[in-house]
Ligand binder design. Structure first.
Ligand SMILES: *Cc1c(COP(=O)(O)O)cnc(C)c1O
Length: 858
């Protein structure tokens, strides 16, 4: 018989153990080993079975054992200590509180000493993402984007950054993967019961469930309840449409992550963005929490949040749409993760018309105004990234290279500006050390919570190597267990599986390759020349062993074919002891791989990997990277912290490019990497290898931390954004109104603004040597704008054959009356120079000179 409905009953915990519920429902346990130990000590076998999840341990523990523990003074002592430690962690001032103090010398939690360049520390930042991979116990993610979002929350918690996470709760999260007999990916969607997860429903003062609603076409409403997960100090709000009051099709809006068609997706994105803002408002009101000043959107999916905030200002504060936009922009940070136009989220215009056309979803905003925000080259499509950029005053890519790629990808939004001036910068992703670092490694290195290592010199090569070997051995055990399980699942009988005990060798150089399986990541590059791979696997003196894992999007048949290719190669009895495909890549499998692999392989097609984070997690644990110089590795490879696979940039035939890059991969493995790994001193320690591991731990590990990433977001984005919000909203939104009025003056006048004449000369006429001052003068038609409403700039640089300027030096010119502007500039370079004069809008609330996308040049 099938159950009509599934529900979970929480254990009633004896009073002396009440604190355990608090420990079990705060996800800090996912990065706090002492808390996990405490729960594991309650019932080791049970802990093993439920993956160490404290809430399940508490729920499934026998009442007798609970009573026994409630009377055990030693256990009670440890439990109290753990609860006290959590309380202290949640309350004590941390880095952010110290920074906020520094910004506000007068004291107080937030800096309101404005004027000059002083920054304001926001009292709250809302962080929106479609997925959050906090732990496998809360399977609400598909891959890198979600894990990154959760690492952002965890690091923010450690640093004391007052963040609130916002996303959706999916009934079946992402799928679980198994293989069919012939190696084809099979998807399963286990249904989760939120009542059994470390989540709490948001309720009102009378205990009633809080709902938020968003209008749907045809007079319908999509409603959602709000689950709150506690990620250390950071609340994470997850909207869930599976409520009785919804029509049945609307209940399914949050059924799956990335599972549906465009209709399903736009509903999810409307709920996440617009419903998400409404949920944060309700949460803050009920919890007495300060409202967010800054909204950070992790990729464009939640971009509708900007419309909801504009709607709030229009209906709540009487602003016009044009006045609301600068106020919204000031407080929005948009992070793009997509280096290819094909990867960008877009909707047919018809759909936008249908959802927003009746004016019910975000009252006060005309659908034509919305459509203009998402305009792109194709007049029939609405582009979420374009809307994201138009509604965010600050935007960034996720590695230095990806920043450059994004600037050239989006130049069209800032016509007339050279690519280096496109206002998209970058913050390289990071990973949460306490989550991803093997416990033994952090014990050896003495890592504290902020991830700053103790002096590595105190650790001998021998100790470090022994630890690396024990982590590899643990991975080998896990590989054997999982490969056996996978074969049983694929229909083999236990009797035929004796060979699985011999899979992998704890002494052999172990290579990991695990990630989602979109084409650009080239899962099968290593199979380009199967014979050469076999040689490396079966080399009798210096073999390698390779563990591969990854999920393909359910609709991506091409990706599944790649998985099958690897799985079938690995099924061959001749190599199956040296290469495996492990199904169901998730955080729990990932950990073993990051801990145990000696070498982490990444071979995307450059520059399609925006950042990549798995290699960072490996590096934290002393793994060496072997990677194409793409994403983070492009800026991180230094010649002795791993290896760069040379890229065949410029080779346009993709097959030939694969051939060349695969050949380079085999060469590196056979000629450089394996020899170094197997070169041992008299005690069996590979000293050359270990010196690279040390170098990686000393120089790379601190830089790949999410704490470094979050610190950069705080200093370079959240502080300036909060400052801009204060400037835009003070005095009844005087700043936003002034900027809106300015913008409309600029729009009206700009076509007539001209550089009429320019002149260059030195005084007295002198030799042109580097550093000699030259005078530049220009006469400008200001078309009715005041001289201080524009920035007239002299631009000097080298010229190429087409008279294009390079290596430019830009100087603002002073107004000398009557539309004349002058500047004196030292000659910046030797050689062939040229100059130009350009006019840009100027308003003190603009964050970059390209912001309005207006420029007139001589
Ligand atoms: C880190 C991680 C990823 C992302 O890895 P990339 O290198 O960015 O592809 C994906 N899935 C899991 C489970 C991870 O832990």
């Amino acid at each position: 018989m099938k159950a009509v409905r599934r529900f979970t009953v929480r254990a009633s915990v004896p009073e002396p153990l009440a604190g355990l519920s608090r420990l079990a429902t705060n996800l800090r346990w996912t990065w706090h080993p002492q808390t996990r130990d405490l729960f594991a000590s309650m019932d080791g076998e049970l802990a093993q079975r439920v993956g160490g999840d404290p809430l399940r341990i508490l729920t499934e523990l026998s009442p007798a054992r609970l009573e026994e523990l409630a009377a055990d003074p030693d256990f009670l002592g440890r439990a109290h200590a753990a609860v006290d430690d959590l309380e202290k962690y949640l309350r004590e001032p941390r880095w952010y509180q110290r920074r906020a103090q520094e910004l506000a010398p007068g004291g107080g939690p937030a800096g309101d000493s404005r004027g000059g360049s002083s920054y304001r520390a926001p009292r709250c930042v809302a962080y929106f993402s479609m997925e959050f991979g906090v732990t496998e116990a809360l399977p609400n993610y598909s891959g890198g984007l979600g894990v990154l979002a959760a690492d952002h929350l965890k690091a923010a918690s450690d640093l004391g950054v007052p963040l609130i996470g916002v996303g959706l709760l999916y009934r079946s999260g992402y799928f679980r993967q198994t293989l069919s007999t012939d190696g084809w990916q099979v998807e399963h969607y286990p249904v989760i019961d939120p009542n059994g997860l470390p989540l709490e429903l948001l309720t009102g003062p009378d205990g009633e469930t809080v709902h938020v609603g968003v209008a749907m076409p045809g007079e319908r409403e999509l409603r959602a309840q709000i689950w709150v997960a506690q990620v250390g100090r950071v609340p994470l709000l997850l909207l869930d449409s599976d409520v009785d009051s919804n029509d049945s099709d609307l209940r399914e809006v949050t059924d799956r992550l990335y599972g549906g068609d465009s209709e399903h997706r736009i509903r999810q994105e409307i709920l996440a963005g617009i419903g998400g803002v409404r949920a944060v408002r309700r949460y803050c009101e009920l919890a007495g929490h300060p409202d967010p000043e800054v909204f950070h959107t992790n990729e464009g999916h939640a971009g509708f949040l900007g419309l909801e905030r504009a709607h709030e200002l229009i209906t709540g504060s009487g602003l016009s749409f044009a006045e609301a936009v600068p106020a919204v922009r000031a407080g929005t940070v948009f992070t793009t993760h997509t280096p290819v136009p094909a990867g960008i989220d877009r909707f047919p215009l018809e759909q936008i018309q249908r959802y927003f056309g009746d004016g019910k979803l975000v009252p006060g905003i005309d659908v034509d105004q919305i459509v203009r925000l998402g305009e792109e080259r194709n007049p029939g499509m609405f582009n979420m990234a374009h809307m994201g950029l138009r509604l965010a005053q600050r935007a960034n890519g996720v590695s230095a290279l990806h920043g450059r790629v994004s600037r050239s990808m989006f130049t069209g939004l800032w016509p007339g500006f050279p690519v280096e001036e496109i206002p998209i910068s970058s913050v390289t992703n990071g990973v949460h050390g306490p989550t991803w670092l093997a416990r033994e490694m952090s014990a050896l290195l003495g890592d504290d919570e902020d991830g700053s290592p103790r002096s590595l010199e105190e650790v001998s090569d021998r100790n470090l190597w022994d630890l690396r070997c024990s982590l590899r051995r643990r991975l080998v055990d896990e590989v054997r267990r999982r490969i056996r399980e996978s074969w049983l699942q694929r229909g083999a009988s236990a009797l035929e599986l004796g060979w699985t005990d011999q899979v992998f060798d704890p002494e052999v150089l172990t290579v990991g390759f695990a990630r989602r399986v979109p084409t650009y990541k080239r899962l099968t590059l290593m199979l380009r020349n199967p014979e050469r791979l076999r040689e490396r696997l079966l080399d009798d003196r210096r073999p390698i062993q390779v563990v591969v894992a990854g999920k393909s999007h359910p609709a991506d048949e091409g990706g599944k074919a790649l998985i099958q290719q690897v799985a079938r190669f690995a099924d061959d009895p001749a190599v199956r002891h040296r290469i495996v495909f492990l199904p169901d890549y998730d955080m729990s499998l990932a950990r073993y791989l990051y801990w145990g692999c000696d070498l982490w392989l990444n071979n995307p097609t450059r520059p399609l990997e925006a950042c990549g984070t798995s290699g960072m997690k490996s590096a934290l644990n002393g793994g060496l990277n072997l990677s194409i110089k793409d994403g983070w590795w492009d800026e991180s490879y230094d010649g002795s912290n791993g290896w760069a696979i040379p890229t065949a940039d410029g080779v346009t035939d993709p097959l030939r490019r694969d051939d060349l890059e695969a050949a380079a991969l085999y060469d590196l493995l056979g000629q450089r990497i394996a020899p170094l790994f197997y070169e041992r001193d008299t005690e069996g320690v590979p000293t050359g290898w270990m010196s690279m591991v040390r170098h990686t731990l000393a120089t790379l590990a601190p830089r790949v931390q999410a704490s470094r990433m979050v610190t950069e977001y705080v200093e370079q984005y959240y502080f300036p954004a909060a400052t801009a919000v204060a400037a835009a909203t003070a005095d009844e939104f005087a700043g936003a109104r002034s900027l809106a009025a300015y913008r409309s003056r600029i729009h009206a006048a700009w076509d007539r603004v001209r550089v009429l004449e320019t002149e260059i000369g030195s005084d007295p006429p002198a030799e042109l040597v580097v550093g000699a001052p030259v005078h530049i003068a220009a006469r400008v038609e200001l078309a009715g704008l005041a001289p201080d409403e524009v920035d007239v700039q002299a631009v000097l640089g080298t010229v190429d054959d087409n008279d294009d300027l390079h290596e430019v030096v830009t100087t603002s010119m002073s107004h000398a009356g009557d539309g004349r502007f002058t500047a004196t500039v030292p000659l910046p370079h030797a050689g062939s120079l040229g100059y130009a004069v350009r006019v840009l809008p100027y308003h003190e609330l603009l964050a970059s000179q390209a912001e309005l996308g207006k420029v007139v040049a001589s």
